[in-house]
Design a binder for this molecule. Structure first.
Ligand SMILES: NC(=O)c1ccc[n+]([C@@H]2O[C@H](COP(=O)([O-])OP(=O)(O)OC[C@H]3O[C@@H](n4cnc5c(N)ncnc54)[C@H](O)[C@@H]3O)[C@@H](O)[C@H]2O)c1
Length: 387
């Protein structure tokens, strides 16, 4: 028996569209899901954008005010895909209204914001899924299993990198992303939040760290009108970039392993160069988002000159089998969001969390807060283990 679940999307920019497409596709890939999402309403403040979304995807209604969504009895679950400064207010309000939430990272501007949302979710007894999509990649899940099973020996060190050129163009508009008040941190919240989650997902909690940050493009032009994603603006009045373009960070994991996390949003020549290398006493595992369905694996007891093999993930790895019948048929970025939608809806159906939750967002945000403090004080900082 398949029940209908009314869903809403708040903020119809890039992520609003991707969540909506995931709701539309989820039953195609996961026919056993006992809940069928129905697109009830979309809230968007830019005039006309919600109406366009309704026309294209079939939302039954639209609104300019997200509070209408909280009050709407047809809505059982809400995707919160608005800018970071709205995550806390909207996340708490939706949970308090009894709506399950699928909220985008980083969940607010600080760990305090993420914790407020996590607390509201717990108190309301609803599900709270978070958009840490990279951990949904079947190859990343396979790497995690390999590491956890001792397949590369005892983990010694790891490197997590997230390099992008999305903000490298000098005419990249001064959107909410570059403002403290609406974006919070810069590349920390945007990319390093994913990196902190991946590091934890693969290697466990981070005990302490030391970080350095930099702004490389200090001014950008104010956009003339509404923006979505990474819009361009030229000729407009220049304003200050208020948050960091770059972070490098040394990590100490509670396991004793060491790590390096580096992220940059203005890396010319780098398009989504996201990935990791994890080393152990008997092997290593490598992943690159741009070759999302492959792992580099070295294992054995050769130690020196030990070969590295390319492994294509297949139907036995993660949720690969829901998308492709055999290894080396490519999955893409949007498929990771379909997996996220599936895990979120399954959580709602069964009342048990599957996949990344707001508690994971609190942990990631706590690591980011520690990076901010470390960069300010130029010291090693202990990551709050109680978060
Ligand atoms: N998981 C990922 O890989 C990933 C990728 C990109 C962005 N994100 C996250 O998703 C969120 C949105 O990012 P984006 O790239 O889609 O941004 P975006 O600017 O493309 O979209 C945000 C949308 O929210 C709308 N909005 C702003 N204020 C609103 C309000 N009060 N009510 C309703 N709508 C409002 C904007 O008009 C815009 O359409 C951010 O938190 C970001 O960190 C996650």
């Amino acid at each position: 028996m398949v029940d209908a679940l009314g869903v809403a999307v708040v903020g119809f920019g890039w992520m609003g569209r991707v969540h909506t497409q995931a709701y539309a596709r989820v039953a195609h890939h996961f026919p056993g899901l006992p809940l069928r999402p129905e697109l009830v309403t979309v809230a968007e403040e830019v005039p006309g954008r919600a109406e366009e979304a309704a026309a294209q995807f079939g939302f039954a209604s639209t609104t300019r005010d997200w509070r209408d969504v909280a009050a709407d009895p047809r809505v059982g679950a809400v995707s919160i895909t608005a800018p970071n400064f709205l995550h806390r207010e909207i996340g708490v309000a939706m949970a308090e209204a009894g709506k399950h939430i699928w909220i985008e990272k980083p969940v607010g501007l600080t760990a305090q914001d993420a914790r407020a949302v996590a607390d509201a979710v717990t108190q309301a007894g609803v599900q709270g899924a978070v958009g840490f999509n990279y951990r949904n990649a079947p190859a990343v899940e396979a790497a995690r299993e390999l590491i956890a099973s001792g397949g590369i020996g005892k983990v010694t060190h790891a490197r997590v990198r997230l390099f992008s050129d999305y903000a490298a163009h000098p005419e990249g508009a001064l959107t909410w992303r570059y403002e403290r008040e609406r974006g919070g941190s810069g590349v920390l919240g945007d990319l390093a939040s994913h990196g902190a989650d991946l590091a934890r997902f693969l290697l466990g909690d981070i005990a302490s760290l030391t970080a350095d940050t930099a702004v490389f493009l200090p001014e950008r032009a104010r956009p003339a009108g509404a923006t979505a994603g990474h819009s361009r603006a030229s000729g407009g009045e220049l304003g200050a970039v208020e948050n960091e373009d770059y972070v490098s960070c040394l990590l100490r994991f509670t396991s004793g392993a060491r790590g390096v996390l580096e992220a940059c949003r203005v890396s010319v020549g780098e398009q989504n160069n996201y990935g990791f290398e994890v080393h152990g006493t008997e092997g290593a595992v490598f992943w690159d988002f741009r070759r999302m369905n492959e792992l580099g694996v070295s294992r054995g007891t050769g130690y020196q000159d030990q070969p590295v093999s390319t492994v294509y993930v297949g139907p036995g790895d993660g949720e690969f089998g829901a998308f492709q019948p055999g290894a080396a048929n490519a999955m893409g970025y949007d498929d990771l969001k379909v997996i996220e939608a599936y895990r979120f809806l399954r959580s709602v159906a069964e009342g048990v969390p599957y996949g990344a939750t707001v508690a994971d967002a609190v942990r990631s945000a706590t690591v980011l807060d520690a990076m901010v403090r470390s960069a300010e004080d130029r010291t090693w900082v202990t990551v709050d283990a109680s978060a």
